[in-house]
Design a protein around this ligand. Structure first.
Ligand code: IVH
Length: 673
């Protein structure tokens, strides 16, 4: 590699970065696509020939990288908060007044008014101007590492331009899919007979959560930056407006609609103006956000629970349309719950055509006085399931009929029971009811249960409808021919499913318990039961009192568990499954004493670990008997702190809790080998 060539690589990268910026950020390309492609290919060729010039910020990284098997977790250095909501101008005025009262200063407050973009919040970390990590918001404290995917988004700089940025700079913003891109993506998916996305937000989310970044690279994603998060070594402006301006000068894209406004009147004007122009925007917004401009004032105002006091989102009202309720049918869920569903005259609302709306339960039907034949107001907010907001009684036709809960299950004709004081009616048929059975089988094979890859809802339906599976156990006697001849299946997919079925036989006690679908026993409860009893027969025989001494189990759940195992049919199902070869490694627990070296110890893991994934460390610790929790408290025995550990480390230090770094952790594991 000559220095001549190195210079050439640098120059190509520089040019490509510049053209990328012109195209994606400034929307003003100065060369043709063909010329761009040529430069790209030139660079790619050199990089392939001389792998030593590899760099994460090379424009060639935008095409995607090797697929991941899972996303790593990223702890946010500063929590990613949400916003308080206002639904009217009055509420915004109240907000503004509240701030002035709190500040004991009645001067007009200056706000930055921004569209509330309908996408996903992300955090980008730049070190010395190079994008090194990107994460989703997750629960606000920890998100998922989506760096590979973010690198494929054309308008996100892999390297900041200009100078003066802090050594470490976290930029926050919204990744979204512009409407035009959304439309062409859906057209393309439809043409390929693939599932389309319901709205741009789901499409953006689905694209960002791809383990294969090569797929993300083909999705028309964009991002507007709206805030600065963590910074280190470097000065930043002292207000929101200048911050956004400086981010733009470093090559980040900022929404061109943002405005500096004065007082609540300025906010109202902005809201009305954007409201009028909303449908002409190239992307979806679901409201506007007003943020106090001055950071010092922001600091003075501080936060309440998980939202800043200095900002508010004014949401647009959900779009409402009228349509006719043609019929009301009753669906039967896994636990027998009977849900009334309105069959609607198809209507376009909130970006999709809606022909069904859940009516939740009979109380709701009665409360809203819903009749078959009524004209209903239907709405869809965000990606929420469509609902009937109300019916227009004045428009009720003479032949409208009230909705009557059937006495017998529409699927299996068993009695329908409605417990006094409970809103939900249930089919009493249990697994005799084919609807409940079908849903139970879907649950049994689902990801958190036996996790049979490739055996999704659709295939379960097909197998069930073809009478190839009538109970859980039948899954294990499926043969290649049966599966391969189903629609959309073939030789290869049948082989894969059969292999996944075989693999699923090696499971864990917790998964098995969860898979059984006992009422109110979710993933966490199943885990607690497994850890506490360690053995299925002990759970089968457990008394209400014993069950209630398990973490998180109260009298209702205990009752469901006892009732489940009292039912001979259920015991029979379990025996058949065990006979088919379903098994799990025994947990070494004897009456609450595991004899494991870390029994009774509480561990917390934080920061970035280099050698092991967090999930692996957690598994290892749990296999040694420790309990791993998410937050440091006086009950914590050890904090495992990787690099860049944040508030948990500070807290552990304060509480004088043992802290192990990654090396010390390995030493400890080693002593137990
Ligand atoms: S600021 C502390 N600005 O709205 C304030 N958020 O509930 C943090 N969003 O999930 C957010 N457009 O993804 C802010 N211009 C904007 C926004 C925006 C959309 C989303 C954001 C977050 C949610 C906040």
């Amino acid at each position: 590699m000559t220095s001549e060539l190195l210079k050439r690589v640098e120059a190509l990268r520089q040019q490509l970065h510049q053209h990328n910026h012109q195209y994606y950020v400034l929307d003003d390309p100065v060369i043709s696509d063909a010329e761009y492609d040529q430069l790209f290919r030139d660079l790619l060729k050199i990089e392939q020939e001389y792998p030593e010039v590899f760099s994460v910020d090379s424009p060639t990284q935008r095409v995607g990288a090797k697929p991941l098997s899972q996303f790593n977790r990223v702890e946010h250095k500063i929590p990613m908060l949400s916003l308080g909501n206002a639904f009217s101008e009055d509420e915004v005025s109240v907000f503004d007044k509240r701030l002035r009262d709190r500040l004991k200063d009645d001067s007009i407050i200056e706000y930055v008014a921004e569209p509330k973009l309908d996408g996903l919040a992300v955090s980008l970390m730049y070190e010395k101007g190079v994008l090194v990590q990107a994460a989703t918001r997750g629960d606000g404290a920890t998100g998922e590492d989506i760096t590979q995917n973010i690198r494929t988004v054309g308008s996100i700089p892999l390297k900041l331009t200009g100078k003066g940025f802090p050594e470490r700079l976290e930029v926050r913003g919204e990744v979204f899919m512009p409407l035009a891109g959304f439309k062409s993506l859906n057209d393309q998916l439809a043409a390929e007979d693939q599932k389309t996305f319901v709205n741009p937000r789901n499409a953006a989310a689905g694209s960002l959560r791809q383990l294969d970044s090569k797929i993300t690279a083909q999705r028309p994603l964009d991002m507007y930056s709206y805030a600065v998060g963590f910074t280190e070594n470097g000065a930043m402006p002292t207000n929101q407006w200048d911050s956004l301006e400086i981010l733009a000068s470093w090559g980040l894209k900022v929404c061109p609609e943002i405005k500096l406004v004065k007082g609540d009147r300025g906010c109202h004007e902005f809201y009305r103006d954007i409201g009028v122009r909303r449908s002409a925007l190239a992307y979806e917004i679901d409201g506007v956000v007003f943020k106090v401009n001055d950071f010092q004032v922001q600091e003075q105002l501080g936060f309440v629970s998980r939202a800043p006091r200095w900002a508010i989102a004014q949401k647009f009202p959900a779009e409402e349309v009228q349509t006719v309720i043609n019929d009301v049918e009753f669906q039967v869920g896994r636990t027998g719950a009977i849900t009334p569903v309105a069959r609607l005259e198809p209507v376009f609302v909130g970006g999709v055509t809606v022909s069904n709306a859940t009516l939740h339960n009979m109380d709701e039907v009665e409360r809203k006085d819903i009749h078959i034949g009524d004209v209903a107001v239907v709405r869809r907010a965000g990606d929420v399931i469509p609902e009937v907001a109300r019916v227009i009684v004045d428009k009720r036709p003479a032949d409208a009929r009230p909705v009557v809960l059937p006495e017998k299950c529409p699927i299996c004709s068993s009695e329908i029971e409605r417990v006094e004081g409970e809103a939900i009616a249930r089919c009493s048929g249990g697994l005799y009811c084919s609807a409940q059975l079908k849903e139970s089988i879907k649950h049994f094979v689902s990801r958190k249960a036996l996790d049979i890859d490739g055996l999704g809802d659709k295939l379960v339906e097909q197998l069930f409808d073809a009478a190839l599976i009538k109970n859980f156990d039948d899954i294990f006697s499926l043969n290649h021919k049966d599966i391969a001849r189903l629609e959309r299946m073939g030789d290869k997919s049948a082989t894969n499913v059969l292999q996944a079925i075989e693999d699923s036989k090696n499971t864990t006690l917790a998964r098995f318990i969860y898979a059984l679908g006992i009422r109110e026993v979710g993933e966490a409860t199943a885990k607690n039961l497994a850890n506490y009893f360690g053995d299925l027969t002990l759970i089968e025989k457990a008394s209400l009192e014993q069950l209630e001494s398990v973490d998180d189990i109260g009298p209702i759940v205990a009752e469901h568990v006892v009732r489940f195992f009292k039912e001979p049919h259920n015991i029979q199902v379990i025996e058949q499954l065990l006979d088919s070869g379903v098994k799990w490694a025994p947990l070494l627990v004897a009456e609450g004493e595991s004899g494991l070296p870390l029994e009774g110890q509480v561990y917390v893991i934080t920061g970035t670990l280099k050698e092991m994934k967090r999930s692996e460390v957690k598994e290892k610790l749990e296999s040694l008997g420790a309990k791993v929790t998410g937050s440091v408290s006086s009950k914590t025995n050890v904090l495992i702190a990787g690099e860049n550990a944040g508030s948990k480390l500070t807290k552990a230090e304060k509480l004088k809790i043992n802290i192990f770094d990654e090396n010390q952790m390995f030493e400890m594991f080693h002593t137990f080998d």
